[in-house]
Design a protein around this ligand. Structure first.
Ligand code: ADP
Ligand code: CA
Length: 415
């Protein structure tokens, strides 16, 4: 896992719960590595083949029974390690295809999976000339970022030109590639599918509604609620498209997170990733009979699957559950967050986690994508859960100091 991830604690807790010895491998050497040689490992994330070789050397001292990646990048590393150590996992080519939005679109389109029309362009192409060749509305997006960072809808030539400039600036700041995708904008209602592939078979762990409209120009996610209120027949059609997509990419084992839209022309595949749901959101999912949040965690299910341990249940608990990724309240330096206790006191609210810390610079979409926190709720119905999330959010106020004026080098230049 990347050293900066939010995901560590949940996997460490899951391993402890299962009595599994865990080695946390990340790209930054830890000062504790010498004192815990079996528990911490540094891998060369820049060079996945080298990382796999490092894992093989490690495994000669400390036998490794399974490998799990937690995000888009480490899913690729995990595939390399799985190949090198003959462990359960995805083929490297499949993990790479899931990782690269253009490669993914090519494979899905070739397999006849419904995806938006798409074209690859270079960021240094003349924006005005390019904008005149595009059909609107369209979506511009970087090839290898995540959490909707840099994903921008454009309805006109002028909006396209402005959006391309923003993608250039994101790339110039060190994130992203020389190319970007231009896609047809697919209108419709969006859902997220959380799944687990077991020997090529996709098990749907949860289908989430995203009840807030995602019409752009930016695509900041907010509420995820499950079970979905989409009619059962449509859910089946959505699941079938996701199944065809994972097959087309060649994914065979482990967690998948997919976004799909549907409209009068049916379901559309927006994206499949070979990783579990991100951030802190996985806490919303509990499996088996515990009830009211007491069941097994998603991370326990993922570790059991990777290790070939029996999985008691892939069935989510009966209650409805939801999470709100708290919208980024604006640009500025966070001074304080008020109302957290009041928000926690709202009925059905299970937890309010503020992950941004005082002094942190908050960057709105599309340049930013780091949510300042998460709100969790559980209840009898999806509607009640959604209402509770909104009510809790309404209790919060974020006090920001204005952003520092841009330094002269970062000042926007006029075209
Ligand atoms: P990321 O990896 O950053 O999440 P996605 O390709 O999943 O990138 O896009 C993020 C969000 O942007 C999607 O969840 C969806 O709401 C919106 N989006 C992306 N592409 C399209 C499209 N072609 N049509 C409509 N909405 C889109
Ligand atoms: Ca996505």
């Amino acid at each position: 896992m990347p050293s900066t991830t939010y995901r560590a604690a949940a996997f460490v807790a899951a391993a402890r719960q299962l009595g599994v010895e865990l080695t946390v491998a990340s790209e930054q050497p830890s000062t504790l590595e010498a004192t815990n040689p079996a528990g911490l490992l540094t891998l060369d994330f820049q060079d996945p083949a080298h990382a796999a070789e490092q894992a093989r050397e490690f495994s000669a001292q400390h036998p490794v029974a399974a490998v799990v990646g937690v995000d888009d990048d480490t899913a690729v590393i995990a595939a390399h390690v799985a190949g090198r150590l003959a462990l359960r996992g995805n083929p490297v080519a499949a993990a790479l295809a899931a990782r690269d939005k253009h490669r993914q679109r090519q494979l899905l389109a070739a397999a006849g999976v419904p995806v938006p029309r798409f074209a690859l362009h270079r960021l240094d192409e003349d924006p005005t000339a390019l904008a005149k060749t595009v059909a609107y509305p369209c979506v511009l997006k970087p090839l290898r970022l995540s959490a909707s960072r840099g994903v921008i809808r454009a309805d006109t030539v002028a909006e396209f030109v402005a959006a391309q400039a923003r993608l250039r600036a994101i790339a110039a700041a060190g994130d992203g590639d020389e190319s970007f995708l231009v896609e047809a904008f697919i209108p419709g209602y969006e859902v997220a599918l959380e799944g687990l592939l077991v020997n090529r078979r996709l098990h749907v762990l949860a289908l989430f509604d995203k009840p807030d409209p995602l019409d752009g120009p930016f695509f900041e996610e907010t509420i995820y609620v499950t079970p979905s209120r989409v009619p059962a027949g449509l859910q089946t059609a959505i699941t079938q498209v996701a199944e065809r997509a994972v097959k087309a990419l060649g994914l065979v084992e482990g967690p998948v997170h997919a976004e799909l839209r549907y409209n009068e022309r049916g379901p559309w595949l927006i994206e499949v990733a070979a990783r579990p749901i991100g951030g802190r959101c996985s806490a919303v999912l509990k499996f088996g009979e515990g009830g009211m949040g007491k069941g097994a965690t998603l991370e326990e299910v993922i570790l059991r699957h990777a290790l070939g341990m029996p999985i008691p249940s892939l069935q989510r608990e009966k209650q409805a559950a939801g999470v709100m990724m708290i919208p980024i309240p604006g640009a500025g330096t966070l001074r304080e967050v008020r109302g957290v206790e009041e928000a926690k006191g709202v009925p059905l609210i299970e937890d309010v986690q503020i992950t941004a810390h005082p002094g942190e610079a908050l960057v709105p979409f599309p340049e930013g994508s780091r949510y300042p926190g998460f709100i969790f709720a559980r209840g009898e119905t999806p509607a009640a859960v959604e209402d509770a999330l909104r009510a809790a959010h309404a209790r919060l106020s974020f006090i920001l100091l204005p952003p520092r004026p841009p330094s002269s080098s970062a000042a926007p230049t006029r075209p």
